[in-house]
Each structure stands twice: as structure tokens, then as C-alpha cells.
Design a binder for this molecule. Structure first.
Ligand SMILES: O=c1[nH]cnc2c1ncn2[C@@H]1O[C@H](COP(=O)(O)OP(=O)(O)O)[C@@H](O)[C@H]1O
Ligand SMILES: [Ca+2]
Length: 494
């Protein structure tokens, strides 16, 4: 007797084949769209060798998206190298290399061992080393050599230590803030960048009529994600807040006096300065008075207006060979759009509670600072027992310097001052030139807009829905025909 067979009909086989094809399509689309399921990261390290100190930043990005948009973020809290900036190691270059050890070991702990060898490591030095290079080129070479040897000894992929030009420092700060704000990928309006360091300060922005023809040295051209930018940028060496302070002190000690009444310091504050120490920087070295005593005593008088007048004296507004200038004969196009102000702008304005420029107008900021500068030093120390004395004593000067630089120097007005956002971190990453520097050197910002995802999102959803429905119908159909076949077989046997 012939055994009972299920007897599948051609239409059943056809439907099953369609079902299998739909299933394969579903799985393929899901895999293509969502790979990989577990997130893996790659890392990069940048050391910011600033004039006052060195800081180590670790960045991370999804391993499969080397070349994609806006995905690099800071991976850890900044590691601050103990001690001064590398430019202070002119007489002990080895010390500069050794000073980086603790932070490098922290980076080794943080980055997975399997990723370390491929992790790029860069060091960029800014204005402190620019000054040392001007003063003593062989000393700065020795410091770089010692730092290179030290960095090369770690497992990371060491890619060099170099001195950034002022133009690069300004431009990469601009790239950083615009990248973190997601303004580069779609060609939105960019924001300008204001960076205040200890030895230099940078201003960078896109201005509609600036093409570099008037002042080619201030032009940095970028093509990012398919958009062209003509960026104006200038770095003022000796106008970071530490060197600016020295300039005001030099201005007040031109006749070699032994006592200086300084309006930028609080009343009852007193500090002894050595002439040789004050003038030991190319920013003021040539103004050292001939017959000065060894020391002078700085006594604070705490007067905002007089402090502002004193600070104005370090800017030169008389000569300008261009259509317009900021100061010291430096070309500056018309200010344009919003600005992000970071590094010492942030430290100082945040401390003084002046960082929220939408609430604290320029006028209010001046009033508050006037009151702050007039506070006697012992009272201030009582109010801020934990603040480093050097910083605390200088906030009156620094705050006044910032407002003067912005308004008198760069020509911000009460109206445009509101357009400045004071930035510490953006999306968890510190604002500064380091991220932009790394993105540039690792080619992580493509010149052209990146490819779209394999399938546009709406099509992806439609495919998933349609194949899902087809699959469902097929399954129901199989179950239905199978049960019918079973049923008729049972009847036959009976
Ligand atoms: O907490 C703080 N309060 C006030 N100033 C600070 C604080 N932390 C850092 N700074 C200052 O910020 C500036 C940073 O400058 P940096 O060392 O980057 O120099 P550079 O950019 O000119 O090379 C220095 O003047 C340093 O003293
Ligand atoms: Ca800096």
C-alpha cells in the first residue's frame, strides 16, 4: 500500500520560497542597518602643552565610524600635568619629559590594551614655547627633543610634538567648538571662537566679506563636509592674561621705582616682584629700565576704572594700514554672528559669576567687577579660602582685562557682547584647540559630505514593515495548509 504523503501543491512551495526570500531580506537589512551590535571605540590622545601647564586629553569614537560625522568626544576628565608648562624646563629639558609620566600612565590605564598600539598620540605646544623659541631657540629644541623621547617610549602610536602657529591654534579652536555644536555637517552658520591663554589669545570667525585679500596671514581656508569656509583668525602673542599682566607691570615700572600702587589688585594686597623675573620674557624684555633696584613692592588699590585705563595702555590703537583694525595694527573684519569664549575666559568669568552673558549685560558685568575689585584682599581670602592664592589675587585684573580686550580690543559692543557664550565644556568635551587639531591630523573631518547610510531611514522602515507582513501571511498560510493536509491524511487512514 502507498504511504500517505503530505502532497504539497506548487502554490505552497511558491509561497514558502517567497517566505524564505522575505526572511533573508529582513535579516540582511537589519544586519546592514544596525551593525555592529556591540559598541567598540577607538581612541586618540592630544597633549596641550600650554604656557602655564600641560593637559592630556583622551578622545574616543565608535570604531566603525572613523570617517563619520560628529562622533568624536572626550573620553575622560582632563589629566593635568603637575608643575609648570614645558617652556619652564629650558634649563632642565629632561624634567619636561618626566613631568608627563603620571598623565601618560593614566592614559595607559584608561585605554584598552588592545587599542593602545593604534592610538595616535600628539603633543602641540602653544605660546609659552613660542616665546621660549624667540628667546632661546636651542633651549626650545632641547625641550622638544626630551619630550619626544619621553612620548615615543609608550605603547601608543606617537605622531610627533610640534609648535602650533598662532593661526593654527585659533583655527583648531574654531573647528572644535563648531564640531561639538554639530554646525559643520550640514553647513549651518558657524560660531566664532575666543580663546584666552596665559601667553597668547586668539580670535577666529567667519565674516561674509573676508576672503583674505586684505590680510592673507589671517586666512585659514577649510573645506569640511562639502562646505568651504574662509576663516579669519589672529593670535596675539603676549596678550594672554599672564603676559598682559606683565605688560601692565612693565608699564608701571618704567622709572625703576621700588613701590607700585596697582589698581588691578585689591587694597591691602601686597607682593614683592623681582625686576629680573618680571622682565624675563620677550614680551617686555626690551623695556627693562636701566637702573632699577632688585625688587619692587606691588600694593593693590582696587579700582576698576583705573585698572581699565592701565590695561588700555598696553593696546596700540594709533596705526592701522588696513580698512579696519582691532589693535596693534592688526586687521580684523567686521565682527559677525555668535561667539564661544573658552579656556581662561571661562575660568575667570565663571569664577566672577559673569559667565551668563544673556543675564549679565556688559554694563552689569562692569558694575559687578567694580565692586569685586574694590573688595579688600583679607575679606576676599575669607570668602574663598579654597581658591588658589595666585588665581584669587588676579581675578580682578583678569576680569578687567577680558572686558577691555573684548570691547576696546576686538570692538564688541553692549549688543554684540550678548552674542558671546562662555563655554567650559560642550557635550562633555572641553572647548579648546586640541580636538580640532586631532580631527584634522587624523583626517576625521572629510572634505566632502559623507556617504548616506546604505538605506535611507523611511525606506528602511517600509522594507521592514512590508517584509514583516509578507512573512506573517506566509507563516499563517503554511500553518493553515499543513493542518489541512494533516487533517485529510488522518481521514484517509481512517
Ligand atoms: O582655575 C583657574 N582660574 C584662573 N585661571 C586659570 C585657571 N586654570 C587655568 N588658568 C589660567 O588659564 C591660562 C591658560 O593658559 P595656557 O597655559 O593654555 O597658555 P597658552 O594658551 O597661552 O599657551 C593661564 O593663564 C592659567 O593661569
Ligand atoms: Ca591654551
Amino acid at each position: 500500500m502507498k504511504e500517505a504523503s503530505p502532497g504539497y501543491r506548487p502554490v505552497t512551495i511558491f509561497v514558502v520560497v517567497i517566505g524564505v526570500i522575505a526572511l533573508v531580506a529582513l535579516v540582511t537589512v537589519a544586519v546592514v542597518q544596525n551593525k555592529p551590535l556591540t559598541q567598540k571605540y577607538k581612541y586618540g590622545i592630544v597633549l596641550d602643552a600650554g604656557s602655564s601647564h600641560t593637559a592630556l586629553y583622551i578622545y574616543k569614537w565608535p570604531a566603525e565610524k572613523d570617517n563619520n560625522t560628529g562622533r568624536v568626544t572626550q573620553a575622560n576628565e582632563t589629566c593635568k600635568v603637575k608643575g609648570p608648562g614645558i617652556s619652564s624646563y629650558a634649563s632642565n629639558p629632561q624634567g619636561a619629559g618626566e613631568s608627563l609620566r603620571a598623565c601618560m600612565l593614566e592614559a595607559k590605564k584608561f585605554i584598552p590594551a588592545s587599542r593602545q598600539e593604534e592610538t595616535p598620540l600628539y603633543l602641540g605646544a602653544t605660546a609659552g614655547m613660542r616665546l621660549l623659541n624667540m628667546e632661546n631657540a636651542s633651549a626650545s629644541d632641547s625641550v622638544f627633543k626630551a619630550v619626544e623621547e619621553a612620548l615615543d617610549s609608550y605603547t601608543f602610536s606617537y605622531r610627533g610634538a610640534r609648535l602650533l602657529t598662532g593661526l593654527e591654534e585659533g583655527a583648531f579652536g574654531w573647528v572644535t567648538v563648531n564640531y561639538l555644536d554639530g554646525r559643520l555637517t550640514q553647513g549651518q552658520k558657524t560660531i566664532g571662537a575666543l580663546d584666552l591663554g596665559g601667553a597668547s589669545t586668539q580670535i577666529s570667525f567667519v565674516s561674509p566679506n573676508f576672503d583674505g585679500s586684505e590680510s592673507p596671514n589671517n586666512l585659514m581656508m577649510f573645506r569640511l563636509y562639502g562646505n568651504d569656509y574662509n576663516l579669519y583668525s589672529h593670535s596675539f602673542l603676549c596678550y594672554g592674561k599672564d603676559q598682559a599682566l606683565r605688560q601692565t607691570l612693565a608699564h608701571q615700572t618704567q622709572s625703576g621705582q621700588s613701590i607700585v600702587n596697582d589698581p588691578c589688585f585689591h587694597s591691602k594686597y601686597s607682593k614683592v616682584w623681582e625686576y629680573s623675573n618680571l622682565y624675563d620674557t620677550p614680551c617686555v624684555a626690551d623695556r627693562k629700565p636701566d637702573n632699577s633696584p632688585t625688587n619692587f613692592t606691588l600694593n593693590g588699590s582696587g579700582n576698576f576704572q583705573q585698572c581699565q585705563q592701565l590695561i588700555k595702555s598696553i593696546f596700540n590703537f594709533t596705526q592701522c594700514k588696513y580698512s579696519r583694525c582691532s589693535f596693534n595694527g592688526v586687521f580684523q573684519p567686521e565682527l559677525q554672528g555668535s561667539f564661544g569664549a573658552f579656556s581662561a575666559y571661562y575660568y575667570v568669568l565663571d569664577f566672577l559669576n559673569l559667565a551668563d552673558t544673556s543675564r549679565v549685560s556688559l554694563e552689569k558685568a562692569k558694575d559687578k567687577l567694580k565692586e569685586y575689585c574694590a573688595t579688600p584682599w583679607p575679606e576676599l581670602q575669607k570668602q574663598h579660602p579654597k581658591t588658589k592664592e595666585k588665581y584669587l589675587s588676579e581675578y580682578c585684573f583678569s576680569g578687567t582685562y577680558i572686558l577691555t580686550l573684548l570691547t576696546e580690543g576686538y570692538n564688541f559692543t553692549a549688543d554684540t557682547y550678548k552674542e558671546i557664550t562662555v563655554i567650559g565644556k560642550m557635550q562633555g568635551s572641553d572647548a579648546g584647540w586640541t580636538l580640532g587639531y586631532m580631527l584634522n591630523l587624523t583626517n576625521m573631518i572629510p572634505a566632502e559630505a559623507p556617504d548616506r547610510p546604505p538605506i535611507a531611514y523611511p525606506s528602511y522602515v517600509s522594507i521592514m514593515v512590508i517584509t514583516g507582513i509578507v512573512l506573517g501571511i506566509v507563516l499563517l498560510f503554511i500553518v493553515y495548509t499543513h493542518s489541512r493536509t494533516q487533517c485529510s491524511n488522518t481521514q484517509k487512514i481512517v
